[in-house]
Design a protein around this ligand. Sequence first.
Ligand code: TXA
Ligand code: MG
Length: 329
Amino acid sequence: MTCIVSANSKHIENATLILKRSGLVAMPTETVYGLAANATDGKAVAKIFEVKGRPQFNPLIVHVNHIEQIKEFAELRDIDSILAQRFWPGPLTMILKRKDNNNLSDLVSAGLSTVAVRIPSHKTARELIKKCGFPLAAPSANKSGSLSPTSPVHVVQSLGDKVDMILADGACSIGLESTVIDCSGDKVCILRPGAITASEISEILGQEVIYDMGNKQGEVRSPGQLLKHYAPSIPVRLNAIDIEKGEALLAFGSIKFMGIRNGGRAQDLPDDMFRNLSKSGDLYEAAANLFAMLRDLDKSEHKAIAVMNIPDIGVGVAINDRLRRAANG
Ligand code: TXA
Ligand code: MG
């Protein structure tokens, strides 16, 4: 039986004991729930891969509480410190050069010479890392290839009793995984879009920052780009301007003028076939709702999930990235 507990001080204290003994704890962050283990403990990190069914070549993000902690295992250049000061704590992951002779388990970066690092802003995650005193490796707390969890219930559904403790602290405020940027080369580039956008990063650096999401020939900068991701079990159809009979609708904005082919109005769909990411067309609200609503509509009795067009601006870029992966899965 998984121990699912509210994230108060006593339970956070118990969570640190589990982590010190090589156990796994699901912890809330502002992006999605993470599956945490002691990043310096090879046995604990190996468990993450086993429990998630994650390929060993796909490295993990190391979560720390302050910048000094990073200097023990990675190189922070001036430009990285500028980004860190602006965006941390928060939903940004930086890929940095790993230092020689560091204390991290080699498994964390899957044999690469770089390491992914993030300082989350969620108070429970911060308190947990602080009390542990060691960095926490934490991928999203779901089976590899399925939707990331944005609530404790999602963690239970995906990983069941394979986790030693779930620290429950409600829904994640952002709801999409962090923006991943590669800072290990000459030019900073974005490997995974998230709530922190290319234009925000460009503004701070005073130079254009591009997305490098891997090309069609299968060349990738980040192992995670290789993998099937975020896939519901039924088809996902994007940019829907109307729906077919039997399809569920994931709306964005008003559906007043949306029809069902061969007759009917989308407005009259039953509750279990309809979710609206944001009635008012707010992209942040849509991001926070995305994974939970995809899950709600992912039922075998539905023919597919038809998704309305999401503007490809700001955090909409990250939403569309996850939706395209859901559709191609
Ligand atoms: O918001 C988040 O980032 C959440 C929370 C829990 O912090 N974590 C998360 O982790 O989404 P995960 O493992 O699901 O995604 C990490 C991504 C993967 O695509 C992985 O390939 C990439 O980061 N990554 C990790 N280390 C890397 C490295 N050294 N070089 C390139 N990509 C790396
Ligand atoms: Mg993940």
